[in-house]
Design a protein around this ligand. Structure first.
Ligand SMILES: *[C@@H]1O[C@H](CO)[C@@H](O)[C@H](O)[C@H]1NC(C)=O
Ligand SMILES: *[C@@H]1O[C@H](CO)[C@@H](O)[C@H](O)[C@H]1NC(C)=O
Length: 315
Protein backbone atom coordinates (compact mmCIF):
# COMPACT_ATOMS: atom_id res chain seq x y z
CA UNK A 1 0.00 0.00 0.00
CA UNK A 2 2.75 2.39 1.05
CA UNK A 3 4.84 1.74 -2.02
CA UNK A 4 1.78 2.09 -4.27
CA UNK A 5 1.16 5.51 -2.72
CA UNK A 6 4.78 6.49 -3.37
CA UNK A 7 4.38 5.29 -6.94
CA UNK A 8 1.32 7.55 -7.40
CA UNK A 9 3.18 10.49 -5.88
CA UNK A 10 6.12 10.07 -8.24
CA UNK A 11 3.89 9.64 -11.31
CA UNK A 12 2.01 12.83 -10.38
CA UNK A 13 5.27 14.65 -9.82
CA UNK A 14 6.72 13.59 -13.16
CA UNK A 15 3.65 14.84 -15.04
CA UNK A 16 3.00 17.97 -12.95
CA UNK A 17 6.51 19.00 -11.98
CA UNK A 18 7.68 18.71 -15.60
CA UNK A 19 5.48 21.62 -16.67
CA UNK A 20 6.03 23.67 -13.54
CA UNK A 21 8.70 26.19 -14.52
CA UNK A 22 9.52 29.30 -12.56
CA UNK A 23 11.81 31.11 -15.01
CA UNK A 24 10.77 34.12 -17.09
CA UNK A 25 9.46 33.55 -20.60
CA UNK A 26 11.49 34.26 -23.74
CA UNK A 27 11.51 38.03 -24.37
CA UNK A 28 9.67 38.82 -27.64
CA UNK A 29 12.63 41.04 -28.62
CA UNK A 30 15.17 38.21 -28.23
CA UNK A 31 16.20 38.20 -31.89
CA UNK A 32 17.01 41.93 -31.89
CA UNK A 33 18.81 41.65 -28.56
CA UNK A 34 21.00 38.74 -29.64
CA UNK A 35 21.86 40.18 -33.07
CA UNK A 36 22.45 43.65 -31.61
CA UNK A 37 24.78 42.33 -28.91
CA UNK A 38 26.68 40.36 -31.53
CA UNK A 39 27.20 43.47 -33.68
CA UNK A 40 28.20 45.41 -30.60
CA UNK A 41 30.78 42.77 -29.67
CA UNK A 42 32.18 42.58 -33.21
CA UNK A 43 32.91 46.30 -33.11
CA UNK A 44 35.11 45.77 -30.05
CA UNK A 45 32.93 47.96 -27.82
CA UNK A 46 32.36 45.17 -25.28
CA UNK A 47 35.74 43.53 -24.92
CA UNK A 48 38.41 45.65 -26.64
CA UNK A 49 41.07 42.98 -26.06
CA UNK A 50 39.43 40.42 -28.34
CA UNK A 51 40.89 40.73 -31.83
CA UNK A 52 38.03 42.21 -33.89
CA UNK A 53 39.86 41.16 -37.06
CA UNK A 54 39.10 37.50 -36.26
CA UNK A 55 35.41 38.32 -35.76
CA UNK A 56 34.80 40.44 -38.84
CA UNK A 57 33.48 37.54 -40.94
CA UNK A 58 30.97 36.37 -38.34
CA UNK A 59 27.44 36.90 -39.60
CA UNK A 60 25.30 37.86 -36.60
CA UNK A 61 22.02 36.93 -38.31
CA UNK A 62 23.42 33.53 -39.12
CA UNK A 63 24.61 33.09 -35.53
CA UNK A 64 21.14 34.00 -34.27
CA UNK A 65 19.61 31.40 -36.58
CA UNK A 66 21.98 28.69 -35.31
CA UNK A 67 21.13 29.59 -31.73
CA UNK A 68 17.36 29.84 -32.31
CA UNK A 69 17.02 26.58 -34.22
CA UNK A 70 18.61 24.71 -31.31
CA UNK A 71 15.65 25.22 -28.97
CA UNK A 72 12.76 26.57 -31.09
CA UNK A 73 9.64 24.37 -31.53
CA UNK A 74 11.01 21.91 -28.94
CA UNK A 75 10.05 20.92 -25.42
CA UNK A 76 12.27 23.11 -23.17
CA UNK A 77 13.72 20.18 -21.22
CA UNK A 78 14.54 18.09 -24.29
CA UNK A 79 17.52 20.27 -25.19
CA UNK A 80 20.98 18.93 -24.22
CA UNK A 81 24.37 20.63 -24.33
CA UNK A 82 25.61 18.93 -27.50
CA UNK A 83 22.68 20.50 -29.37
CA UNK A 84 24.47 23.86 -29.07
CA UNK A 85 27.72 22.61 -30.63
CA UNK A 86 27.06 24.24 -33.97
CA UNK A 87 26.26 27.64 -32.47
CA UNK A 88 29.19 27.57 -30.04
CA UNK A 89 31.63 26.55 -32.76
CA UNK A 90 30.40 29.34 -35.03
CA UNK A 91 30.42 32.02 -32.32
CA UNK A 92 33.48 30.97 -30.30
CA UNK A 93 36.89 32.60 -30.60
CA UNK A 94 40.29 32.63 -28.89
CA UNK A 95 41.01 35.02 -26.07
CA UNK A 96 44.12 36.37 -24.39
CA UNK A 97 46.38 33.85 -22.62
CA UNK A 98 46.76 34.27 -18.85
CA UNK A 99 43.39 36.03 -18.63
CA UNK A 100 40.76 33.35 -17.97
CA UNK A 101 38.78 33.96 -14.79
CA UNK A 102 36.48 31.17 -13.61
CA UNK A 103 33.92 31.41 -10.86
CA UNK A 104 31.75 29.06 -8.86
CA UNK A 105 28.50 30.09 -7.16
CA UNK A 106 26.17 33.00 -7.94
CA UNK A 107 27.18 34.82 -4.78
CA UNK A 108 30.51 35.75 -6.45
CA UNK A 109 29.06 36.71 -9.84
CA UNK A 110 28.92 40.49 -9.33
CA UNK A 111 32.47 40.48 -7.97
CA UNK A 112 33.96 38.63 -10.95
CA UNK A 113 32.00 40.79 -13.38
CA UNK A 114 33.36 43.95 -11.78
CA UNK A 115 36.88 42.56 -11.50
CA UNK A 116 36.96 41.39 -15.14
CA UNK A 117 36.12 44.98 -16.19
CA UNK A 118 34.53 43.90 -19.47
CA UNK A 119 37.51 41.76 -20.42
CA UNK A 120 40.11 44.47 -19.84
CA UNK A 121 41.48 42.87 -16.67
CA UNK A 122 40.37 39.24 -17.07
CA UNK A 123 38.30 37.25 -19.51
CA UNK A 124 35.12 35.72 -18.14
CA UNK A 125 32.60 33.78 -20.21
CA UNK A 126 30.31 36.82 -20.40
CA UNK A 127 33.04 38.82 -22.15
CA UNK A 128 33.32 36.31 -25.00
CA UNK A 129 31.00 36.50 -28.01
CA UNK A 130 28.83 33.44 -27.20
CA UNK A 131 28.54 34.38 -23.53
CA UNK A 132 27.82 38.06 -24.17
CA UNK A 133 25.15 37.36 -26.80
CA UNK A 134 23.09 35.19 -24.46
CA UNK A 135 23.89 36.58 -21.00
CA UNK A 136 20.89 37.22 -18.67
CA UNK A 137 18.36 35.89 -21.20
CA UNK A 138 15.62 33.36 -20.63
CA UNK A 139 14.73 31.34 -23.71
CA UNK A 140 12.84 28.13 -24.39
CA UNK A 141 10.80 26.46 -27.10
CA UNK A 142 7.07 26.03 -27.57
CA UNK A 143 5.43 23.29 -29.62
CA UNK A 144 2.27 25.38 -30.02
CA UNK A 145 3.22 29.06 -30.36
CA UNK A 146 3.85 30.06 -34.02
CA UNK A 147 7.09 31.80 -32.98
CA UNK A 148 8.44 28.45 -31.78
CA UNK A 149 9.22 30.08 -28.42
CA UNK A 150 7.45 30.16 -25.06
CA UNK A 151 7.08 33.83 -24.11
CA UNK A 152 5.32 33.08 -20.82
CA UNK A 153 7.53 30.82 -18.79
CA UNK A 154 10.82 28.93 -19.17
CA UNK A 155 12.70 26.52 -16.92
CA UNK A 156 14.55 28.13 -14.01
CA UNK A 157 18.04 26.92 -13.12
CA UNK A 158 18.11 23.16 -12.57
CA UNK A 159 14.41 22.67 -13.30
CA UNK A 160 15.12 20.26 -16.18
CA UNK A 161 17.90 18.53 -14.24
CA UNK A 162 21.52 19.63 -13.88
CA UNK A 163 22.93 21.06 -17.13
CA UNK A 164 19.79 20.16 -19.06
CA UNK A 165 17.09 22.14 -20.86
CA UNK A 166 17.33 25.06 -23.29
CA UNK A 167 19.06 27.47 -20.88
CA UNK A 168 21.22 25.27 -18.64
CA UNK A 169 22.36 23.17 -21.60
CA UNK A 170 23.46 26.37 -23.33
CA UNK A 171 25.58 27.42 -20.34
CA UNK A 172 26.99 23.90 -20.02
CA UNK A 173 28.11 24.08 -23.63
CA UNK A 174 29.38 27.66 -23.33
CA UNK A 175 31.30 26.85 -20.11
CA UNK A 176 32.99 23.94 -21.86
CA UNK A 177 33.99 26.24 -24.74
CA UNK A 178 35.40 28.77 -22.27
CA UNK A 179 37.47 26.15 -20.45
CA UNK A 180 38.73 24.71 -23.74
CA UNK A 181 40.11 28.12 -24.66
CA UNK A 182 41.72 29.04 -21.33
CA UNK A 183 45.50 29.29 -21.79
CA UNK A 184 48.38 29.87 -19.43
CA UNK A 185 47.66 31.20 -15.96
CA UNK A 186 44.00 30.88 -15.02
CA UNK A 187 42.19 31.97 -11.92
CA UNK A 188 39.04 31.16 -10.00
CA UNK A 189 37.16 33.37 -7.55
CA UNK A 190 34.97 31.77 -4.90
CA UNK A 191 33.01 33.19 -2.00
CA UNK A 192 34.50 31.86 1.26
CA UNK A 193 31.02 31.91 2.82
CA UNK A 194 29.22 29.99 0.13
CA UNK A 195 26.74 27.59 1.74
CA UNK A 196 28.02 24.02 1.47
CA UNK A 197 31.66 25.11 1.03
CA UNK A 198 33.40 27.47 -1.38
CA UNK A 199 34.01 24.69 -3.88
CA UNK A 200 31.19 22.32 -4.83
CA UNK A 201 31.94 18.92 -6.26
CA UNK A 202 28.37 18.23 -7.38
CA UNK A 203 25.90 20.24 -9.45
CA UNK A 204 28.51 22.90 -10.20
CA UNK A 205 29.00 24.17 -13.74
CA UNK A 206 32.59 24.98 -12.88
CA UNK A 207 33.36 21.47 -11.63
CA UNK A 208 31.40 19.58 -14.24
CA UNK A 209 32.14 21.52 -17.41
CA UNK A 210 35.24 23.63 -16.76
CA UNK A 211 37.46 21.85 -14.24
CA UNK A 212 36.88 18.59 -16.10
CA UNK A 213 37.88 20.26 -19.37
CA UNK A 214 41.11 22.06 -18.49
CA UNK A 215 44.39 20.23 -19.07
CA UNK A 216 47.98 20.84 -17.97
CA UNK A 217 48.91 21.29 -21.65
CA UNK A 218 46.73 24.41 -21.88
CA UNK A 219 46.59 25.72 -18.31
CA UNK A 220 50.06 26.22 -16.85
CA UNK A 221 48.99 27.51 -13.44
CA UNK A 222 45.74 27.77 -11.51
CA UNK A 223 45.25 30.49 -8.92
CA UNK A 224 42.51 29.80 -6.39
CA UNK A 225 41.22 33.02 -4.84
CA UNK A 226 38.87 32.97 -1.87
CA UNK A 227 36.94 36.14 -1.27
CA UNK A 228 35.15 37.26 1.86
CA UNK A 229 32.73 40.13 1.41
CA UNK A 230 33.57 43.10 3.67
CA UNK A 231 30.49 42.75 5.86
CA UNK A 232 31.17 39.06 6.55
CA UNK A 233 33.54 36.98 8.64
CA UNK A 234 35.88 34.71 6.67
CA UNK A 235 34.36 31.29 5.98
CA UNK A 236 36.38 28.69 4.09
CA UNK A 237 40.15 29.16 4.01
CA UNK A 238 42.75 27.71 1.67
CA UNK A 239 42.98 24.66 3.93
CA UNK A 240 39.24 23.97 4.31
CA UNK A 241 37.87 20.64 3.14
CA UNK A 242 36.17 21.97 0.02
CA UNK A 243 39.36 23.71 -1.17
CA UNK A 244 41.44 20.61 -0.35
CA UNK A 245 39.10 18.71 -2.66
CA UNK A 246 39.72 21.21 -5.47
CA UNK A 247 43.48 20.99 -4.86
CA UNK A 248 43.28 17.19 -5.00
CA UNK A 249 41.63 17.38 -8.43
CA UNK A 250 44.28 19.84 -9.67
CA UNK A 251 46.99 17.52 -8.32
CA UNK A 252 45.45 14.65 -10.25
CA UNK A 253 45.47 16.80 -13.37
CA UNK A 254 49.08 17.79 -12.62
CA UNK A 255 48.19 21.47 -12.88
CA UNK A 256 50.28 23.61 -10.46
CA UNK A 257 48.25 25.95 -8.26
CA UNK A 258 48.32 28.37 -5.39
CA UNK A 259 45.55 29.65 -3.14
CA UNK A 260 45.08 33.09 -1.63
CA UNK A 261 42.48 34.75 0.55
CA UNK A 262 41.28 38.30 -0.17
CA UNK A 263 44.40 39.40 -2.09
CA UNK A 264 45.03 43.14 -2.25
CA UNK A 265 43.82 43.63 -5.83
CA UNK A 266 40.39 42.22 -4.99
CA UNK A 267 40.28 43.91 -1.60
CA UNK A 268 40.98 47.30 -3.21
CA UNK A 269 38.03 46.72 -5.51
CA UNK A 270 35.69 45.69 -2.69
CA UNK A 271 36.80 48.75 -0.74
CA UNK A 272 35.72 51.17 -3.48
CA UNK A 273 32.14 50.86 -2.27
CA UNK A 274 32.98 50.67 1.42
CA UNK A 275 36.20 52.61 1.96
CA UNK A 276 35.52 53.32 5.64
CA UNK A 277 35.39 49.62 6.51
CA UNK A 278 38.12 48.57 8.99
CA UNK A 279 39.67 46.19 6.42
CA UNK A 280 40.07 49.10 4.01
CA UNK A 281 41.73 51.59 6.34
CA UNK A 282 45.43 51.99 5.55
CA UNK A 283 45.11 50.12 2.27
CA UNK A 284 46.11 53.09 0.14
CA UNK A 285 49.86 52.86 0.86
CA UNK A 286 52.04 50.27 2.54
CA UNK A 287 53.40 52.82 5.04
CA UNK A 288 49.96 53.95 6.07
CA UNK A 289 50.72 57.50 4.90
CA UNK A 290 47.84 59.23 3.19
CA UNK A 291 48.26 58.77 -0.56
CA UNK A 292 48.24 62.52 -1.27
CA UNK A 293 51.26 63.14 1.00
CA UNK A 294 53.27 60.37 -0.67
CA UNK A 295 52.41 61.54 -4.15
CA UNK A 296 53.27 65.15 -3.29
CA UNK A 297 56.59 64.08 -1.80
CA UNK A 298 57.46 61.99 -4.87
CA UNK A 299 56.51 64.82 -7.22
CA UNK A 300 58.68 67.27 -5.26
CA UNK A 301 61.77 65.03 -5.28
CA UNK A 302 61.29 64.38 -9.00
CA UNK A 303 61.09 68.13 -9.67
CA UNK A 304 64.24 68.68 -7.62
CA UNK A 305 66.09 65.95 -9.53
CA UNK A 306 65.10 67.51 -12.88
CA UNK A 307 66.08 70.98 -11.67
CA UNK A 308 69.51 69.73 -10.55
CA UNK A 309 70.02 67.86 -13.83
CA UNK A 310 69.09 70.89 -15.95
CA UNK A 311 70.86 73.63 -14.05
CA UNK A 312 73.93 71.78 -12.88
CA UNK A 313 76.89 74.11 -13.45
CA UNK A 314 78.98 72.90 -16.42
CA UNK A 315 82.74 72.92 -15.81
C1 LIG B 1 4.74 27.61 -21.88
O1 LIG B 1 5.19 26.68 -20.90
C2 LIG B 1 4.21 26.35 -19.92
C3 LIG B 1 4.90 25.47 -18.90
O2 LIG B 1 5.48 24.36 -19.52
C4 LIG B 1 3.03 25.67 -20.60
O3 LIG B 1 2.05 25.36 -19.64
C5 LIG B 1 2.48 26.59 -21.66
O4 LIG B 1 1.45 25.93 -22.39
C6 LIG B 1 3.57 27.00 -22.63
N1 LIG B 1 3.07 28.00 -23.58
C7 LIG B 1 3.26 27.90 -24.87
C8 LIG B 1 2.68 28.97 -25.73
O5 LIG B 1 3.86 26.97 -25.38
C1 LIG C 1 24.13 36.83 -43.16
O1 LIG C 1 23.29 35.71 -43.04
C2 LIG C 1 21.95 35.95 -43.45
C3 LIG C 1 21.12 34.75 -43.06
O2 LIG C 1 21.78 33.56 -43.34
C4 LIG C 1 21.94 36.25 -44.93
O3 LIG C 1 20.63 36.50 -45.36
C5 LIG C 1 22.82 37.48 -45.19
O4 LIG C 1 22.92 37.72 -46.57
C6 LIG C 1 24.22 37.28 -44.60
N1 LIG C 1 24.94 38.53 -44.71
C7 LIG C 1 26.15 38.61 -45.21
C8 LIG C 1 26.78 39.96 -45.21
O5 LIG C 1 26.73 37.65 -45.67
Amino acid sequence: MGSYFMFLVSVCCVSLCASFFTGEGTPPEIKDIVIGRCEDFKKGYVNPLVDTETLKDRNCTELWELFYKTFAYREPCDVIMDDYDEFITAAGHDFRADSALFWDGWDIYDTITEYAFRGRRSTVLDTTLPGYMINYLFFCGSTTDPSGMNMTVCPGEGECGFGLGSIDAFWASASTYFAENARGISRIFMNSNRPGGAFHLDDSFFTEFELKTITKEAVSFFQITLITMLEEDPGDTCSSDSIMELKRILDEKEIPYDCDENPRDVLHMLCIDNFKHEDCVGLSTSTGQPITATVTLRALSLALAIWIALFRPVN
